[in-house]
Design a protein around this ligand. Structure first.
Ligand SMILES: C[S@@+](CC[C@H](N)C(=O)[O-])C[C@H]1O[C@@H](n2cnc3c(N)ncnc32)[C@H](O)[C@@H]1O
Length: 431
C-alpha cells in the first residue's frame, strides 16, 4: 500500500473506495479537468480541497520524488500560480484560473529501474545506497498501469533477463542486461513496453516468451528493445528493435489519434495535455490566422488540434520519428493543410525574417527557445505567439528578448501534481 489521503482538517488517513492499493487520491476516478481556486477548501472530489496525498514510500524515506507531498494540493497550485506570475512580471496579463486534473494516478508513463535478481527482480528506483525500491504501487500511476507491473516482473524471470548492476565499479566487468522497463499507457488502456538492455543478448529470449506476456496483458500492442550499451546515466540508446507488428501507440487526445512511437516525446499527463491543446485551439481560433507554425511540434499535438479549413499549419520538430508519426496522423485525418518537417526549430530564424506566418506556437524543452529564436520572433511579422512552457524561468528569460510581443493572457496547467513542475501557456500579441 503506498498512498492514502489525509484530510488536513480532520487528519485521519483514509483510502477511497474503488481504487487499487497504491492509488488513492482526492479526486474520484474518472473526474474531469478542474480549475482550482487558489486557497480554496473542499472535500475529496471538490476542486481546491485541503486534502493531502499520503505515500508509504515517502514517509519511510524510500522515495522523495514527490517533493510537495506534504503540501495540501490547493496550496501547491496557488504557490505555482504565484511563482509564475512573479517570474513573468507581465503587467496587464489576464490569468485564467489554473487547470488541474487528478492529483494522483495521472502519469501515463513509468520509467522503472530494474534491480534485484533474475528470480526476484525489483521494478522502481534505486535508493542512495544503490538498493532497489519497489515502486510498482506508486500512486502517481493509474490502476491500469500499476496492473502491468506484476506480469512484467514475472516476464523478467521467465525470459531470464538479468538486471543490470548499475552500481558495479566502472572498471569491473559489466554484469546483467536489463536496465530499465519503460511503460506507456494510452487513454484506451493500450500499452507500449520498452526493455532498455545493455546489448542484444536477450532479444531472442524476449521474442520467445512474448506470446506469454501478450496473453497476460491483452492491451499490450507495442513491445521494443532499446539498446543502451553505455554505463552511463543516460536513460536510453539510439537503437530500437520493434518486436510487434504495431510500432506506435495511439494516444487519443481531444478526438485526435496522436501516434506515439518509442523514442518520441509525449506530455506526461494525458488529461491535462488535452486541456492544454484545447486551450491553444481556442486562442488560435480567436485570432483565426491563415498561417500557423508549430515549432518543437513532437507528434503534432498543437498543430493537429489547431488545424482548420483554409488554415496552413506547419510543424517543425527535430525527431524524424515524431514527424513521421505526426504526418501519418494528418494523412489519416485527411488534413491536407497540415504539414510536418524534420529539422531544428532554431533554423527557422532566416525564414521568419522572410515570410513569417500570422501566428506561431512554440513548445520547447526545458531550456526554452533561446535568445536567437526569441529575437527572430520579435523582429518578425508574426502578430501572435503562443508559448507553452514547462519551465517558467527559461520562459521569462525568453520573453525578455521579445519586447515587441506583449503577454496578454496566460494559464497554468498543473501537469505534475506533488512536484514543483508545471506547464504554462502564454498568448503574446504584437504591442
Ligand atoms: C516539450 S516537447 C513538446 C512536443 C509537442 N509540442 C507536444 O505537445 O507533445 C519538446 C519537443 O522539442 C523537440 N526538440 C528538441 N530540440 C529541438 C530543436 N532544436 N528543434 C526542433 N525540435 C526540438 C523534442 O524532440 C520534443 O519533441
Amino acid at each position: 500500500m503506498a498512498l492514502g489521503v489525509r484530510d488536513e482538517l480532520t487528519a485521519p488517513a483514509r483510502g477511497l473506495p474503488g481504487h487499487g492499493t497504491g492509488r488513492v487520491g482526492p479526486w474520484p476516478a474518472g473526474s474531469q479537468d478542474r480549475r482550482a481556486g487558489p486557497g480554496a477548501r473542499g472535500a475529496p472530489g471538490s476542486p481546491g480541497g485541503q486534502w493531502r496525498v499520503q505515500c508509504s514510500h515517502y514517509e519511510a524515506g524510500r522515495c522523495r520524488s514527490c517533493a510537495l507531498l506534504e503540501t495540501p494540493y490547493a496550496t501547491q497550485v496557488a504557490d505555482k500560480q504565484e511563482q509564475v506570475a512573479r517570474l513573468l512580471d507581465a503587467p496587464g496579463i489576464e490569468w485564467l484560473p489554473p487547470v488541474t486534473g487528478p492529483e494522483s494516478g495521472f502519469r501515463n508513463k513509468a520509467k522503472m529501474v530494474v534491480s534485484g535478481t533474475i528470480d526476484a527482480p525489483v521494478l522502481g528506483i534505486l535508493d542512495p545506497a544503490g538498493r532497489g525500491v519497489d515502486l510498482t504501487d506508486c500512486g502517481l500511476y493509474p490502476p491500469a498501469l500499476q496492473a502491468v507491473f506484476a506480469p512484467l516482473t514475472e516476464f523478467v524471470t521467465r525470459a531470464r533477463l538479468e538486471p543490470y548492476q548499475v552500481t558495479a565499479p566502472r572498471n569491473a566487468p559489466a554484469r546483467g542486461e536489463l536496465k530499465y522497463v519503460l511503460v506507456t499507457i494510452s487513454p484506451d488502456d493500450e500499452f507500449m513496453v520498452r526493455f532498455v538492455m545493455r546489448s542484444t543478448e536477450a532479444v531472442a529470449r524476449i521474442r520467445k516468451h512474448l506470446p506469454w506476456l501478450r496473453a497476460a496483458l491483452p492491451g499490450l500492442v507495442v513491445v521494443t528493445v532499446n539498446v543502451q550499451p553505455a554505463h552511463a546515466a543516460v536513460l536510453e540508446g539510439d537503437r530500437e528493435i520493434v518486436l510487434t507488428e504495431r510500432e506506435a501507440l495511439t494516444m487519443r487526445v481531444g478526438g485526435v489519434p496522436l501516434q506515439l512511437r518509442p523514442q518520441s516525446f509525449f506530455q506526461t499527463n494525458t488529461r491535462v495535455a488535452a486541456a492544454l491543446y484545447r486551450q491553444a485551439r481556442e486562442w488560435v481560433d480567436d485570432v483565426s490566422p491563415a498561417g500557423l507554425w508549430d515549432l518543437y511540434c513532437g507528434v503534432g499535438g498543437f498543430a493537429l488540434h489547431c488545424a482548420a479549413p483554409g488554415r496552413a499549419v506547419a510543424g517543425i520538430e527535430l525527431s524524424a520519428e515524431a514527424v513521421a508519426a505526426a504526418s501519418a496522423t494528418a494523412a489519416g485525418l485527411g488534413l491536407t493543410g497540415v504539414t510536418f518537417e524534420a529539422g531544428d526549430a532554431g533554423a527557422v530564424v532566416g525564414r521568419l525574417a522572410e515570410s513569417a506566418p500570422e501566428m506561431v506556437v512554440v513548445n520547447p524543452p526545458r531550456r526554452g527557445i533561446g535568445p536567437e529564436l526569441a529575437r527572430a520572433l520579435d523582429a518578425s511579422e508574426a502578430r501572435h505567439v503562443l508559448y507553452s512552457s514547462c519551465n517558467a524561468t527559461t520562459l521569462a528569460a525568453d520573453l525578455a528578448h521579445m519586447p515587441g510581443l506583449r503577454p496578454v493572457r496566460g494559464v497554468l496547467l498543473d501537469m505534475f501534481p506533488q512536484t514543483r513542475h508545471y506547464e504554462v501557456l502564454i498568448h503574446l500579441t504584437r504591442a
